[in-house]
Design a protein around this ligand. Sequence first.
Ligand SMILES: [Zn+2]
Length: 459
Amino acid sequence: MTYEPAESSKLTAYLGHVVSPISPTTYVDYDQGALLVDEEGVIAAVGPWAQIKQSEILVERIVDFGKRLILPGFIDLHLHLPQFTQTGKSGQTLLGWLQANIFPAEAAFSDAAYAGRIASWFFDELARNGTTLGVVFPTIHAEATDIAFKTAAARGNRVVMGKVMMDFNAPENLSEDFNVSLQESEQLCKRWHGHDRDRLLYAFTPRFALTSSANLMRGTARLWSRFDGTYLQTHLAENKEEVDVARHQFPGARSYLDIYDGHGLVGKRALFAHSIYLDQRDFDVLSENGAAIAHCPSSNFFLKSGVFPFKRAMESRVRFGLASDIAGGPEMSMFKVMKDATYMQFELFISPRELFYLSTLAGAEALQLEDRIGSLAAGKEADFIVVDPTRKSGVVEHILSQPTDEILSAMIYMGDDRMIVSTYVRGVPIYETDETVFRENLAYTDSFSERESLCKQKG
Ligand SMILES: [Zn+2]
């Protein structure tokens, strides 16, 4: 526990079982813990409540979650807003699935009213699933993208997002002139990048090499270098057929990644979704340049794309975290994505601790945002969720009294949105259940067990 007095700022103490990753194998663990948040939404202190209570720190308000878990919010490194209407439509591999289901769904976003309705639904569902930061692909439409930013701005979500760019080999109603694509991207970036103290950040978003001309990629690289702190996101080596098409389209490139590298699109704050079919040199290029991977296990399972070389990515020290890839992946819940990440690896057991790290702090590291979010520590912004595994059927009643590793395991293997009690971005609730409100009004008593029994009587 550390504490920097935030002058005259009124503090809220969120009490509960605070668990937060430090590394892939370690975490802080305060079973009667407190998370103190100031009025700016910055964490003032994290530690045992008994210790904080006896210190000089003045607490204005207490929200008591008893034995429930207080965790950093999930970071979903890759998902598609317009595809939310297509979740669960199976039966094809990537390129056929794009043509049959996805491109028609994206074309519908030329209608602004429709785009607004789906955006509201999408951002509410992210909050309901405990995802505090989503790295989002909208569509090529500037108006629909602007609406998506407005919706996230109003609802309080944290996002990295940018208009999709496609100027080659795309359906006619989703194809644009590369100059128009660059101009619209620049305008959206100027309007939204850094909004609300960097809660919204811009990502230049060429869909993938298959739908990009060399001009589009070069122009994107120039734009990306002009605006500090912006991202570059695209798809890379998801499916074998896609890799063959890319190589045929750019015969001079050494590999699929080399296409992007040759056009200036590999560097810090570049995020490549999937990255299944890479060789060692590709991994070294990513690692040396500080570029990152969004690993999408559920999507790779669903579209039968292949198995991500998890061990090689770890050994190569590439920054990577987890992503749902809605609607390539059918579930927005990061609990499901964590579970699939270990299910996908037939010869590798990924521990619950490591999965927890991959869906939180590793995502922040991939985005170069680990100084601000991804774990619960003094000075970071208070993006956190309250989780109660017993809200899900089939979970043993006394799970919250078991060792923390067992709680994490039950949460990951059995979890879904029902386990989420509330979701906060920078100290502001963006999703609450009846239980949140009840807990806030609960009379404070000294012992945790007393409060738990009081909750049982009241609830
Ligand atoms: Zn995708």
